[in-house]
Design a protein around this ligand. Structure first.
Ligand SMILES: CC(C)(COP(=O)(O)OP(=O)(O)OC[C@H]1O[C@@H](n2cnc3c(N)ncnc32)[C@H](O)[C@@H]1OP(=O)(O)O)[C@@H](O)C(=O)NCCC(=O)NCCS
Length: 147
């Protein structure tokens, strides 16, 4: 918990386009997101990104696609060196409170045991299975109900 004391969670805006793109390219090779896609996530009303900062440095982020009272998690990512100390949980909890939606949904690969553990630990429940959702695997559809 002490390690988390200096971590700040902030909503990003268009001024952060280069920062978040560079962070993603440098640290995340498992899921491709282009600069144009980040531009969309930062400029369209239905999307939003929250990032975790250690001082001035981005160390993780979460991208949402929002509609009125619900949202989908498009992606969540934490830099390897900062994993397993609660950064993603903090990102999720603070952004979720700010978004103030009743339900959160996501798809996660059957193979991504770490992410499944992470979502389960954060009270998401499996509500469905999507066959062949990913190239090499099926996906769980999970939901967090905040009612
Ligand atoms: C999934 C991810 C975002 C979790 O980030 P994190 O900051 O390490 O997560 P937290 O520290 O908040 O972990 C909370 C819980 O997740 C689970 N968890 C985290 N890392 C784990 C690991 N390596 N193995 C198993 N479970 C793990 C645990 O249940 C943990 O709770 P615990 O510490 O009480 O055991 C991170 O591993 C990541 O960026 N992975 C690559 C991107 C990805 O797969 N995103 C999800 C796409 S659907």
């Amino acid at each position: 918990m002490d390690l988390l004391r200096d971590i700040q969670i902030k909503k990003l805006d268009i001024q952060h386009l280069d920062t978040i793109t560079m962070f993603h390219v440098k640290h995340c090779n498992e899921y491709k997101i282009t600069k144009d896609e980040f531009l969309t996530f930062l400029s369209k009303d239905q999307y939003c990104i929250y990032a975790a900062f250690d001082g001035q440095l981005v160390i993780g982020y979460i991208i949402y696609l929002r509609s009125i009272d619900m949202a989908d998690i498009v992606y969540i990512f934490v830099q390897k060196e900062y994993r397993n100390i609660g950064v993603a949980s903090l990102l999720l909890q603070i952004s979720c409170t700010e978004l103030s939606v009743e339900q959160l949904f996501l798809e996660v690969s059957f193979q991504n045991k770490t992410a499944i553990n992470f979502y389960t630990k954060n009270n998401f429940k499996t509500i469905n299975i999507r066959k062949n959702y990913y190239k090499n695997s099926d996906a769980f559809v999970m939901c967090l109900c905040n009612q």
